[in-house]
Design a protein around this ligand. Structure first.
Ligand SMILES: [Zn+2]
Length: 129
Protein backbone atom coordinates (compact mmCIF):
# COMPACT_ATOMS: atom_id res chain seq x y z
CA UNK A 1 0.00 0.00 0.00
CA UNK A 2 2.84 2.37 0.93
CA UNK A 3 4.57 1.48 -2.36
CA UNK A 4 1.43 2.34 -4.35
CA UNK A 5 1.21 5.72 -2.60
CA UNK A 6 4.87 6.44 -3.41
CA UNK A 7 4.27 5.43 -7.03
CA UNK A 8 1.22 7.70 -7.18
CA UNK A 9 3.30 10.65 -5.94
CA UNK A 10 6.02 10.10 -8.54
CA UNK A 11 3.37 9.66 -11.23
CA UNK A 12 1.80 12.99 -10.32
CA UNK A 13 5.21 14.68 -10.70
CA UNK A 14 5.36 13.42 -14.29
CA UNK A 15 1.73 14.15 -15.07
CA UNK A 16 1.85 17.89 -14.44
CA UNK A 17 4.44 18.59 -17.19
CA UNK A 18 2.73 15.87 -19.34
CA UNK A 19 5.72 13.54 -19.60
CA UNK A 20 5.62 9.88 -20.63
CA UNK A 21 4.15 7.75 -17.79
CA UNK A 22 6.73 5.02 -18.39
CA UNK A 23 10.03 6.94 -18.40
CA UNK A 24 8.83 10.43 -17.36
CA UNK A 25 11.31 11.97 -19.81
CA UNK A 26 9.66 12.01 -23.23
CA UNK A 27 6.92 14.53 -23.96
CA UNK A 28 3.40 13.16 -24.38
CA UNK A 29 2.46 15.85 -26.91
CA UNK A 30 4.47 17.34 -29.77
CA UNK A 31 1.79 19.89 -30.67
CA UNK A 32 -1.37 21.37 -29.21
CA UNK A 33 -3.39 18.24 -30.04
CA UNK A 34 -0.70 16.06 -31.63
CA UNK A 35 0.34 13.03 -29.63
CA UNK A 36 2.89 10.64 -31.11
CA UNK A 37 1.96 6.94 -31.10
CA UNK A 38 5.03 6.14 -29.04
CA UNK A 39 7.28 7.89 -26.53
CA UNK A 40 10.00 9.90 -28.22
CA UNK A 41 12.46 8.97 -25.46
CA UNK A 42 11.83 5.33 -24.45
CA UNK A 43 9.77 4.37 -27.55
CA UNK A 44 7.03 2.59 -25.57
CA UNK A 45 3.70 2.62 -27.40
CA UNK A 46 1.16 4.93 -25.76
CA UNK A 47 -1.94 3.43 -27.37
CA UNK A 48 -2.02 -0.11 -26.00
CA UNK A 49 -4.99 -1.22 -28.07
CA UNK A 50 -7.51 0.10 -30.55
CA UNK A 51 -9.84 2.59 -28.81
CA UNK A 52 -7.46 2.91 -25.90
CA UNK A 53 -8.11 6.62 -25.36
CA UNK A 54 -11.90 6.28 -25.20
CA UNK A 55 -11.69 6.30 -21.41
CA UNK A 56 -9.94 9.67 -21.55
CA UNK A 57 -13.12 11.13 -23.05
CA UNK A 58 -14.95 10.28 -19.82
CA UNK A 59 -12.14 11.78 -17.78
CA UNK A 60 -12.32 14.97 -19.87
CA UNK A 61 -16.08 15.07 -19.41
CA UNK A 62 -15.63 14.73 -15.65
CA UNK A 63 -13.07 17.54 -15.58
CA UNK A 64 -15.35 19.76 -17.68
CA UNK A 65 -18.31 19.09 -15.41
CA UNK A 66 -16.27 19.68 -12.25
CA UNK A 67 -15.08 23.05 -13.56
CA UNK A 68 -17.99 24.39 -15.58
CA UNK A 69 -21.16 22.96 -14.05
CA UNK A 70 -20.85 25.02 -10.84
CA UNK A 71 -20.22 28.12 -12.97
CA UNK A 72 -23.25 27.24 -15.10
CA UNK A 73 -25.43 26.91 -11.99
CA UNK A 74 -24.21 30.25 -10.65
CA UNK A 75 -24.91 31.95 -14.00
CA UNK A 76 -28.41 30.46 -13.97
CA UNK A 77 -29.05 31.55 -10.38
CA UNK A 78 -27.91 35.14 -10.88
CA UNK A 79 -29.76 35.32 -14.21
CA UNK A 80 -26.64 36.43 -16.04
CA UNK A 81 -26.69 38.76 -19.00
CA UNK A 82 -25.76 37.65 -22.51
CA UNK A 83 -22.18 38.85 -21.87
CA UNK A 84 -21.86 36.47 -18.92
CA UNK A 85 -22.94 33.56 -21.12
CA UNK A 86 -20.59 34.59 -23.92
CA UNK A 87 -17.71 34.75 -21.43
CA UNK A 88 -18.76 31.33 -20.15
CA UNK A 89 -18.67 29.75 -23.62
CA UNK A 90 -15.42 31.50 -24.54
CA UNK A 91 -13.86 30.13 -21.34
CA UNK A 92 -15.17 26.64 -22.16
CA UNK A 93 -13.60 26.86 -25.62
CA UNK A 94 -10.33 28.21 -24.23
CA UNK A 95 -9.99 25.19 -21.91
CA UNK A 96 -10.51 22.54 -24.63
CA UNK A 97 -6.78 21.97 -25.37
CA UNK A 98 -5.83 21.81 -21.69
CA UNK A 99 -8.61 19.41 -20.80
CA UNK A 100 -7.91 17.25 -23.87
CA UNK A 101 -4.24 16.98 -23.00
CA UNK A 102 -4.71 16.38 -19.29
CA UNK A 103 -7.54 13.87 -19.73
CA UNK A 104 -5.28 11.77 -21.95
CA UNK A 105 -2.38 12.24 -19.55
CA UNK A 106 -4.49 11.27 -16.54
CA UNK A 107 -5.73 8.18 -18.37
CA UNK A 108 -2.19 7.13 -19.35
CA UNK A 109 -0.89 7.66 -15.81
CA UNK A 110 -3.84 5.83 -14.25
CA UNK A 111 -3.27 2.91 -16.57
CA UNK A 112 0.48 2.91 -15.93
CA UNK A 113 -0.12 3.07 -12.18
CA UNK A 114 -2.65 0.23 -12.11
CA UNK A 115 -1.15 -1.88 -14.90
CA UNK A 116 2.55 -1.04 -15.31
CA UNK A 117 4.22 -1.69 -18.66
CA UNK A 118 6.97 -4.17 -17.91
CA UNK A 119 7.76 -6.11 -21.04
CA UNK A 120 5.48 -4.64 -23.65
CA UNK A 121 6.74 -4.40 -27.21
CA UNK A 122 8.30 -1.08 -28.10
CA UNK A 123 7.72 0.85 -31.26
CA UNK A 124 9.91 -0.18 -34.17
CA UNK A 125 10.11 2.07 -37.16
CA UNK A 126 9.08 0.30 -40.35
CA UNK A 127 12.05 -0.81 -42.38
CA UNK A 128 12.58 0.74 -45.80
CA UNK A 129 13.14 -2.55 -47.60
ZN1 LIG B 1 8.83 7.23 -22.32
Amino acid sequence: MQEKKRQLRTHLKGLLPLKCPHCRKGDLFTGMFKMPAYCTYCRVLHEREHGYFTASIYIGYGIYMAIFFPIFVVLMLIDSSIYGWIAFFVAMTFFIPFIFRYSRGIWLYMDEWLNPRANEPKYKAPSNQ
